[in-house]
Every structure is written in structure tokens, then in C-alpha cells.
Ligand binder design. Structure first.
Ligand code: ADP
Length: 479
């Protein structure tokens, strides 16, 4: 039979409570009883001593002890004893015949008196008689004169008050224990209900972690272990949810990488095939015609150059995109590199009738991959020339801001649409509306730029408006 945790807890609490209260009850009652018996015994001892002394002295004072009848002496003695020590008593002669008595309220025959028979065996004892309304102690003492027994006095002492106090304490303790027991039972039910309900709530909650994306958390309503457990479970859920999210993100990233690779290889094959097909076509044509044709050679040469540029770009991309490469960085003057690149690119700018201006070129030494930074400058300026309009301007700025090298290449060319802005860093992406073929673009320039920026743990930002121009900002942290 399965006993639920709740019942186990309640049974446990109740057993512990009743056992401890029961033991406490018995112990206290016994102690009070023993104390009262001790009080009675001590008082009776004093009474016995005094009675014996009084008897001895009283008989001594009677002048005609030998002539007066013994019954009269004992009667008189009983009156004296009654007056001095207790109101109710009986005196018996030496043959245990009742001589004199005073006990108006007590029916002596009703009393159990083991003490009288004990006394005959020289054992001094007393009996406690619980009558209807009172408690009477029956205490017999041998009356002696000069060590010979002259009779017996039997005292009836009222201990109702003392025993009543004992009974009252007993019942107070009993009722106190009883109500305490009931209270403990109620509290244990409430408490175990709370514990068990919390456990069940935690169980349901833990079961649905990971099943849904809800942000629902357990209420932490107390500061005790249950409250701590609830906050730990909440923490656990947060961590698990975060880990599940990370796993999902990683999965998505892996899927993206795999798609990206597939796309990349498809594009690359296509891009390589195009110039190769042209080269093959014209060389075959030359062989077939068996004549020297300069136009054919020009095309073959152009396509070979394009092919060479393409392969170089792919190699650059693969170089900067590798995670495992040794970071080939040096300290160099970036302002000098800019001047060098700008002067070389000026030739192309002039060819396209575009002004290339160096607006701000702070003297600055940075640590980085010099070839990479050069490639960035060339590709950005090249794009600003290619996608510009006649007599357009290109402005270049290089400065330091908050421990970051900032490079801005701004042109007032054809601009980039919002949709293209999100795509231009993808390999082989070219704006279809621009006659890219005419510009001999491969769509790899900005992809390489992005790889180099990532290599330097930098950031790139594109601001552009169609027909107005483009501003590309690159930020690379200074090491
Ligand atoms: P491409 O070899 O085609 O220039 P890029 O990766 O350098 O390849 O550029 C990708 C596309 O981004 C280009 O085809 C062009 O449409 C757009 N682009 C890049 N820079 C600019 C610019 N300064 N102004 C307008 N469009 C640009």
C-alpha cells in the first residue's frame, strides 16, 4: 500500500507530538503526585512525633494514673489531641476497642484502612481515601507510655485542598496537551499540504521546462527552503532556456553556414566558368581560323586578368576568413598608407572623372594587418569611384575616437537601396540595377572588406540614399 508523502508527514508529526506530550504528561503528573506524597508524609511524621510526645507528657501529668480507668484517660487524651492537632480522630484501647471518637462528617466504616492492619504489624503507613467531595487521609499512630502500648489514635486529616490542586494541575496539563495536540495536527496538515502542494507544483513546472517557450516562473512566496528551492528551479529554468536558445541559435548558424558554403561554391564555380568559357571560346576560334586576331587576344587577356583578380579575391577571402591563422599584425603609420593608396587610386578616379579628397588624415600608428587595411582602402575607394557619377566627389577621413580608429569613405554617387544594404557584404552579391558586368565587378570586394574587419574585431556601418550617395564607416579598436 502506497502511503503519500502528505500522510507520512501528518502521521509522523502526530506521533511525535502525542508521544512527547504523553510522556510529558505522565512525567509532570508523577512528579506532582510524588511531591504531594512527600508533603503529606512529612506532615504526618511531625504529627506522629508530636502525638507521641504529647501522650508521654500527658500521662506523666496525670496524678492518679494507676487508679483512674484507662478508658477515661484515653477519652480525655483524644479530646486533647483533637484540640491540638486535628479535629477528627478515634482512640482505641490497647486491645483495639474503640474508646472515644469525633468524626461527625466521616463514615469511618466506608474507609479503606490498610494502615490499621499495617500498624498491628508495626508498619507505619497511611491511606488516602477519595470520598465524594473530599480526600481524607487515614493515619493511625500507636499511643505509648514508657514504651508500652496504651492504645491507638486514628487521625482523619482532610487533604482535599492539596489533592484538588493536584487534580486541577493534572487536568490543566491534560487539556493543554490535548489542545496543543489538536493544534499540532492542524498545523501539520496545513504545513504538509503546503509542502506537498509545492512539490507537486515544482514537479509539473519542471516537467514542462523545455516544452514551451513561456517565460512563466514559479512564485517565490517564502524565504524558507521551499522558497529557495523555487528560486533555484527558476534559475535552472532560465539556464536551460538559455542553453536551449543557444543550441537552437547554433543549429541555425550551422544551417546558415552550410547554406552559405553551398551558395558560395555555386557562385564561385559560376564566376570562374564565365571568363574560362570566354577564354576557351576565343582560343578555339583562333586555332580554328589559324589567323592572328588582336581583338581575340585582347578579350582573352581581359578575361585572364578578370580570372586572376577573381582567384586573388577568393584567396584573400579565404585567408582573412580562417579562424586558425596566426594574426599577422604589425605597427604601422596608417596615415602614410592612406596617402599612398589615395595617390595610386587617384589615377582611376581621374579616369572616371571623380574627385578623390582627403579631408582628415590624423597622424596615427595602429597595430593591424597592413595588407588587409590596404585592401579595405582600395576596395572602398574603388567602389566609390565605380558607383559614382561624373564629377562626383569622394571624401576620406581617418581619425581616432574613444580608442578606436575610424575610417570614413563618403561619396555622392548612385547610392544603395535599403534592401541592398543588407546584402552587399555577401560574397558575389552585386546590385542588379547597376551594369556591374560593365564595371567588371565580381561582388567579392565588400565580402573581403567584411572578413578583414572581422579579423580586426571591428565594425562596419553603411549609410546610403539612392541617388544621393553612400557613407561607409569602419571602426577598428586600437590594440
Ligand atoms: P563589386 O565588385 O560588385 O563592387 P562589392 O562587394 O565591392 O562588389 O560591392 C557589392 C555591391 O555593393 C556592388 O555591386 C554595388 O551594387 C554596391 N556598392 C558597393 N559600394 C558602393 C558605393 N559606394 N555606392 C553604391 N553602391 C555600392
Amino acid at each position: 500500500m502506497m502511503v503519500s508523502i502528505k500522510n507520512k508527514l501528518i502521521i509522523g508529526y502526530v506521533l511525535i507530538c502525542f508521544l512527547s506530550l504523553g510522556i510529558l504528561n505522565v512525567f509532570i503528573v508523577k512528579t506532582i503526585k510524588a511531591d504531594n506524597r512527600e508533603i503529606i508524609t512529612n506532615e504526618l511524621k511531625v504529627l506522629k512525633e508530636r502525638t507521641e510526645n504529647y501522650t508521654e507528657n500527658y500521662i506523666e501529668t496525670i496524678v492518679n494514673y494507676n487508679t483512674e480507668p484507662m478508658d477515661d484517660i484515653l477519652h480525655e487524651l483524644r479530646i486533647q489531641l483533637s484540640r491540638y492537632y486535628n479535629e477528627y480522630n478515634i482512640v482505641y484501647d490497647s486491645c483495639d476497642k474503640k474508646v472515644s471518637s469525633f468524626h461527625p462528617d466521616i463514615n469511618v466504616d466506608e474507609l479503606v484502612s490498610d494502615s490499621m492492619s499495617n500498624l498491628k504489624k508495626n508498619i507505619i503507613s497511611y491511606d488516602i481515601n477519595y470520598l465524594d467531595n473530599n480526600v481524607i487521609v487515614d493515619f493511625p499512630i500507636t499511643l505509648k507510655y514508657r514504651n508500652s502500648k496504651i492504645g491507638t489514635v486514628r487521625y482523619f486529616i482532610d487533604y482535599t485542598n492539596l489533592i484538588n490542586i493536584e487534580r486541577k494541575i493534572q487536568s490543566i496539563i491534560f487539556y493543554f496537551s490535548f489542545f496543543l495536540g489538536i493544534l499540532v495536527v492542524i498545523l501539520s496538515i496545513v504545513n504538509s499540504n503546503r509542502i506537498v502542494n509545492s512539490i507537486l507544483k515544482f514537479k509539473d513546472f519542471v516537467e514542462q521546462i523545455g516544452d514551451n517557450n513561456s517565460n512563466e516562473m514559479l512564485d517565490v512566496t517564502s524565504q524558507d527552503e521551499i522558497g529557495q528551492l523555487a528560486s533555484n528551479i527558476n534559475l535552472m529554468k532560465k539556464r536551460i532556456t538559455m542553453q536551449i536558445k543557444e543550441i537552437k541559435d547554433d543549429k541555425r548558424k550551422i544551417e546558415n553556414i552550410s547554406n552559405y558554403r553551398k551558395q558560395f561554391y555555386e557562385n564561385m564555380t559560376h564566376e570562374l566558368k564565365t571568363p574560362l568559357t570566354t577564354i576557351m571560346g576565343y582560343t578555339e576560334l583562333s586555332l580554328y581560323e589559324k589567323v592572328y586576331n588582336e581583338d581575340y587576344l585582347k578579350i582573352v587577356n581581359e578575361e585572364s586578368n578578370r580570372l586572376f583578380k577573381l582567384v586573388t579575391s577568393i584567396l584573400d577571402m579565404s585567408y582573412y576568413g580562417r579562424d586558425d591563422i596566426y594574426r599577422d599584425t604589425i605597427n604601422f603609420r596608417v596615415d602614410e598608407l592612406i596617402i599612398d593608396v589615395v595617390s595610386k587610386m587617384n589615377l582611376k578616379a581621374q579616369k572616371y572623372n571623380v574627385n578623390l579628397l582627403l579631408h582628415n588624415n590624423e597622424i596615427l600608428e595602429i597595430k593591424g594587418n597592413k595588407e588587409g587595411i590596404k585592401t579595405i582602402l582600395i576596395n572602398l575607394i574603388d567602389n566609390s569611384i565605380k558607383y559614382n557619377t561624373e564629377h562626383g566627389n569622394i571624401v576620406l577621413s581617418s581619425f581616432v575616437n574613444a580608442s578606436t580608429w575610424v575610417l570614413i569613405v563618403e561619396d555622392n554617387g548612385i547610392g544603395i537601396s535599403d534592401n541592398d544594404k543588407t546584402q552587399i557584404f555577401k560574397p558575389f552579391y552585386r546590385n542588379s540595377s547597376v551594369q556591374s558586368d560593365m564595371l567588371k565587378s565580381s561582388g567579392l570586394g565588400l565580402a573581403i572588406v567584411k572578413e578583414i574587419i572581422d579579423f580586426h574585431e571591428g565594425l562596419v556601418d553603411v549609410e546610403s540614399t539612392l541617388g544621393k550617395g553612400t557613407k561607409i564607416t569602419i571602426k577598428i579598436p586600437l590594440l
